[in-house]
Ligand binder design. Structure first.
Ligand SMILES: Nc1ncnc2c1ncn2[C@@H]1O[C@H](COP(=O)(O)OP(=O)(O)OP(=O)(O)O)[C@@H](O)[C@H]1O
Ligand SMILES: [Mg+2]
Length: 334
């Protein structure tokens, strides 16, 4: 690991939902992101990505583990820390008040967190709009007057208003068309370089993640099953679940698209209301053996600087020697 203290780190973080009957939405997740770097988190719907992000921001109580921002552990971030970690969501309407002008939306965090005079705030708002590629007069307009991509630029401007060190981007480009997505990704990249921002970039789209993520963590049912340098995770996935995910990446031809429909992994996942000792993927895994459903999988570290939790690293050469679509077929056949 790097010498620099991580901008954000979580250590064995768990999150439970439900009062009488507890559901473990995030289970003992340990991850970190260095200043100016991007940690991508991928996984299917319901795997706990947003819940983990909310735990990172102190927006949901953790049942165990710890969260540290700039080397300082917190359970609920104090105001001084809160300015250092900001979120951007898929739908800018959730962060932008439709009845407020853009200028007022951008001014709010400045009023809460900064000691600035009114003219200083006006100057800062103009700077922020400029840094996300919007004209200064946008400040006088309302969110509905902008396109989806422009609204996301406004949400990003608001998120960086207080010069945070960490941005949590939860499906921040998912609702946008591909060309707008690309523009926002370029903007995010520029801002990251300019302000040394650390990103936690959440997406179900592996293609997007490959472009932006330095490190990638793959979540399945609340657990991180694999993590490592993004290029390694994509080109040489170790965990059977990651292999299924990478093989499910969009294929241009219509025949491939038909096949994609069949990709959802079969088998029943374990009940998240009950604590489950074994590998969370065991009931759906093509290389599972009886011990997989009873014994926690070991963390197997690979040479490229990543790790996967699996009992059957030995089975990987077999799995890896199959073409990717065959590995997927193995996953999808009963
Ligand atoms: N406030 C809540 N109360 C109860 N259960 C919740 C709550 N928020 C999330 N969950 C449950 O926790 C699990 C993880 O949900 P989460 O939203 O974190 O997944 P996700 O990976 O972000 O999914 P998506 O890709 O659909 O956004 C799901 O089973 C979900 O139903
Ligand atoms: Mg989510």
């Amino acid at each position: 690991m790097s010498e620099v203290a991580p901008a954000l780190s979580v250590e064995a973080v768990s999150v439970d939902f439900g009062k009488r009957k507890k559901m473990r939405a995030v289970s003992e997740v340990s991850l970190e992101v260095a200043p100016g770097r991007t940690l991508a988190i991928v996984g299917e719907s319901g795997s706990g990505k947003s819940t983990l992000a909310r735990a990172m921001a102190g927006l949901v109580p953790i049942a165990g583990g710890s969260v540290s921002l700039l080397g300082e552990e917190f359970t609920k971030p104090r105001r001084a820390q809160r300015r250092n970690i900001q979120m951007v969501f898929q739908d800018p309407y959730s962060s932008l008040d439709p009845s407020s002008t853009v200028g007022n939306s951008l001014e709010e965090p400045l009023i809460v967190h900064e000691r600035m005079s009114r003219p200083e705030r006006a100057k800062r708002i103009a700077e922020l709009l400029d840094s996300v590629g919007l004209p200064v007069d946008a400040a006088r307009r309302f969110p509905h007057e902008f396109s989806g991509g422009q609204r996301q630029r406004i949400a990003i401007a608001r998120a960086i208003a207080t010069n945070p060190k960490v941005l949590l981007l939860d499906e921040a480009v998912s609702a946008l068309d591909v060309s707008t997505q690309n523009q926002i990704l370029v903007l995010l990249h520029d801002l990251q370089v300019q302000y040394e921002l650390a990103y936690v970039f959440i997406s179900h789209d592996l293609g997007v993640v490959r472009w932006l993520g330095d490190e990638t963590a793959v979540m399945y049912m609340g657990r991180v099953v694999e993590q490592g340098p993004t290029e390694r995770v994509h080109s040489d996935p170790k965990h059977p679940y990651t292999r299924a995910l990478t093989s499910a990446m969009p294929i241009a031809d219509p025949v491939g698209r038909e096949e994609r429909k069949r990709i959802p992994i079969t088998g029943e996942p374990p009940n998240q209301f009950e604590s489950f000792a074994g590998c969370i993927f065991s009931s759906r895994c093509p290389v599972a053996t009886p011990e997989c459903s009873t014994t926690p999988p070991p963390v197997v570290v690979d040479q490229a600087g990543g790790s996967a939790r699996c009992h059957h690293i030995d089975a990987y050469p077999i799995l890896a020697s199959l073409p990717k679509h065959a590995a997927t077929a193995a996953l999808t056949s009963e």
